[in-house]
Design a protein around this ligand. Structure first.
Ligand SMILES: [Zn+2]
Length: 176
Protein backbone atom coordinates (compact mmCIF):
# COMPACT_ATOMS: atom_id res chain seq x y z
CA UNK A 1 0.00 0.00 0.00
CA UNK A 2 1.40 3.35 -1.03
CA UNK A 3 2.45 5.76 1.71
CA UNK A 4 0.34 8.83 2.09
CA UNK A 5 2.04 11.95 0.80
CA UNK A 6 2.99 14.68 3.30
CA UNK A 7 2.15 18.24 2.33
CA UNK A 8 5.37 20.33 2.39
CA UNK A 9 3.45 23.42 3.51
CA UNK A 10 1.67 22.15 6.65
CA UNK A 11 3.58 18.86 7.17
CA UNK A 12 0.29 16.94 7.50
CA UNK A 13 -0.66 13.83 5.54
CA UNK A 14 -2.78 14.34 2.49
CA UNK A 15 -5.84 12.08 2.80
CA UNK A 16 -7.26 10.57 -0.36
CA UNK A 17 -10.40 12.71 -0.11
CA UNK A 18 -8.48 15.95 0.44
CA UNK A 19 -7.47 16.49 -3.15
CA UNK A 20 -4.07 17.91 -3.98
CA UNK A 21 -2.10 19.99 -6.40
CA UNK A 22 1.45 19.26 -7.48
CA UNK A 23 4.24 21.81 -7.48
CA UNK A 24 7.88 20.92 -8.17
CA UNK A 25 7.02 17.23 -7.83
CA UNK A 26 5.55 17.61 -4.32
CA UNK A 27 1.89 17.18 -3.47
CA UNK A 28 0.18 20.02 -1.59
CA UNK A 29 -3.28 20.32 -0.04
CA UNK A 30 -5.33 22.57 -2.31
CA UNK A 31 -5.49 25.35 0.29
CA UNK A 32 -1.79 24.89 1.15
CA UNK A 33 -0.87 25.14 -2.51
CA UNK A 34 -2.62 28.50 -2.66
CA UNK A 35 -0.84 29.72 0.50
CA UNK A 36 2.52 28.43 -0.68
CA UNK A 37 2.15 30.28 -3.98
CA UNK A 38 1.30 33.48 -2.13
CA UNK A 39 4.43 33.11 -0.02
CA UNK A 40 6.56 32.59 -3.08
CA UNK A 41 5.03 35.73 -4.58
CA UNK A 42 5.74 37.76 -1.42
CA UNK A 43 9.33 36.55 -1.38
CA UNK A 44 9.75 37.47 -5.02
CA UNK A 45 8.55 40.97 -4.30
CA UNK A 46 11.41 41.34 -1.82
CA UNK A 47 13.80 40.97 -4.75
CA UNK A 48 12.43 44.13 -6.36
CA UNK A 49 15.03 46.85 -6.68
CA UNK A 50 14.46 49.14 -3.63
CA UNK A 51 14.66 52.25 -5.81
CA UNK A 52 12.00 50.86 -8.13
CA UNK A 53 9.82 49.98 -5.14
CA UNK A 54 10.21 53.53 -3.78
CA UNK A 55 9.35 55.12 -7.12
CA UNK A 56 6.33 52.86 -7.57
CA UNK A 57 5.08 53.85 -4.13
CA UNK A 58 5.51 57.57 -4.85
CA UNK A 59 3.59 57.15 -8.11
CA UNK A 60 0.81 55.42 -6.19
CA UNK A 61 0.61 58.24 -3.60
CA UNK A 62 0.58 60.97 -6.26
CA UNK A 63 -1.56 59.02 -8.72
CA UNK A 64 0.96 59.58 -11.50
CA UNK A 65 2.69 57.35 -14.03
CA UNK A 66 6.12 58.76 -13.26
CA UNK A 67 7.87 60.48 -10.39
CA UNK A 68 8.04 64.22 -11.02
CA UNK A 69 11.46 65.68 -11.94
CA UNK A 70 11.37 67.78 -8.75
CA UNK A 71 10.90 64.77 -6.45
CA UNK A 72 13.42 62.78 -8.46
CA UNK A 73 16.09 65.48 -8.02
CA UNK A 74 15.23 65.89 -4.31
CA UNK A 75 15.76 62.17 -3.74
CA UNK A 76 19.02 62.08 -5.68
CA UNK A 77 20.27 65.12 -3.77
CA UNK A 78 19.42 63.61 -0.37
CA UNK A 79 21.09 60.32 -1.30
CA UNK A 80 24.28 62.31 -1.91
CA UNK A 81 23.91 64.60 1.13
CA UNK A 82 23.11 61.74 3.53
CA UNK A 83 25.47 58.87 2.70
CA UNK A 84 23.84 56.51 5.22
CA UNK A 85 20.38 56.84 3.66
CA UNK A 86 18.91 53.99 1.68
CA UNK A 87 16.07 53.95 -0.84
CA UNK A 88 14.26 51.49 1.41
CA UNK A 89 14.61 53.97 4.30
CA UNK A 90 13.17 56.78 2.17
CA UNK A 91 10.28 54.48 1.25
CA UNK A 92 9.68 53.66 4.91
CA UNK A 93 9.74 57.38 5.79
CA UNK A 94 7.15 58.25 3.15
CA UNK A 95 5.02 55.31 4.26
CA UNK A 96 5.39 56.39 7.89
CA UNK A 97 4.15 59.87 7.01
CA UNK A 98 1.24 58.80 4.85
CA UNK A 99 0.14 55.59 6.59
CA UNK A 100 0.98 56.20 10.26
CA UNK A 101 0.91 59.98 10.68
CA UNK A 102 -1.84 60.15 8.02
CA UNK A 103 -0.27 63.18 6.36
CA UNK A 104 -1.66 64.00 2.92
CA UNK A 105 1.73 64.68 1.32
CA UNK A 106 0.17 65.20 -2.10
CA UNK A 107 -2.23 68.00 -1.13
CA UNK A 108 -0.67 69.59 1.96
CA UNK A 109 0.32 73.17 0.90
CA UNK A 110 3.21 73.18 3.40
CA UNK A 111 4.85 70.18 1.80
CA UNK A 112 7.04 70.64 -1.25
CA UNK A 113 7.66 67.29 -2.90
CA UNK A 114 9.56 65.11 -0.45
CA UNK A 115 11.23 68.05 1.33
CA UNK A 116 10.12 66.57 4.65
CA UNK A 117 12.56 63.66 4.35
CA UNK A 118 15.51 65.19 6.27
CA UNK A 119 13.16 65.99 9.18
CA UNK A 120 11.40 62.63 9.24
CA UNK A 121 13.95 60.03 8.13
CA UNK A 122 15.38 59.25 11.59
CA UNK A 123 11.97 59.40 13.24
CA UNK A 124 10.59 56.84 10.81
CA UNK A 125 13.65 54.68 11.36
CA UNK A 126 13.06 54.75 15.13
CA UNK A 127 9.48 53.71 14.53
CA UNK A 128 10.60 50.89 12.27
CA UNK A 129 13.04 49.60 14.90
CA UNK A 130 10.46 49.77 17.69
CA UNK A 131 7.97 47.79 15.65
CA UNK A 132 10.63 45.33 14.51
CA UNK A 133 11.99 44.71 18.00
CA UNK A 134 8.57 44.22 19.57
CA UNK A 135 7.13 40.75 19.62
CA UNK A 136 4.78 39.64 16.88
CA UNK A 137 1.59 40.05 18.92
CA UNK A 138 2.36 43.70 19.55
CA UNK A 139 3.52 44.35 16.02
CA UNK A 140 0.12 44.93 14.44
CA UNK A 141 -0.91 47.41 17.16
CA UNK A 142 2.41 49.25 17.08
CA UNK A 143 2.45 49.71 13.33
CA UNK A 144 -0.29 52.33 13.55
CA UNK A 145 1.19 54.28 16.47
CA UNK A 146 3.26 57.38 15.83
CA UNK A 147 6.60 57.89 17.54
CA UNK A 148 4.92 60.24 20.07
CA UNK A 149 3.03 57.23 21.44
CA UNK A 150 6.21 55.71 22.77
CA UNK A 151 8.20 56.44 25.90
CA UNK A 152 11.62 55.26 27.01
CA UNK A 153 11.89 53.92 30.54
CA UNK A 154 15.01 54.13 32.79
CA UNK A 155 16.64 51.11 31.24
CA UNK A 156 16.14 52.74 27.83
CA UNK A 157 13.75 50.08 26.71
CA UNK A 158 11.10 51.35 24.36
CA UNK A 159 7.55 50.55 25.28
CA UNK A 160 4.12 51.89 24.37
CA UNK A 161 2.77 54.63 26.65
CA UNK A 162 0.32 53.45 29.24
CA UNK A 163 -1.78 56.61 29.56
CA UNK A 164 -3.25 55.45 32.87
CA UNK A 165 0.19 55.07 34.40
CA UNK A 166 1.60 58.26 35.98
CA UNK A 167 4.99 56.72 36.63
CA UNK A 168 7.42 59.63 37.20
CA UNK A 169 10.37 57.56 36.02
CA UNK A 170 9.10 57.55 32.50
CA UNK A 171 10.98 59.85 30.15
CA UNK A 172 9.18 61.09 27.09
CA UNK A 173 11.02 60.43 23.87
CA UNK A 174 10.78 64.05 22.76
CA UNK A 175 12.56 65.17 25.96
CA UNK A 176 15.72 63.23 25.12
ZN1 LIG B 1 -1.07 21.11 3.66
Amino acid sequence: MARKATCPHCNQFIEIDDGFKKFQNRKYHLICYKLAMEEIYENNKKDIDPKQELYEYICKVYGTQEVSPMINSQIERYMTEYPTWKYSGILYTIRYLTEVEKTDIKNNPNIRGVGFLPYKYDLAKQHFLIVKSANDNLNEQLKNKTIKDFVIDKKIRLKPINYDNNDKDIIKIEDL
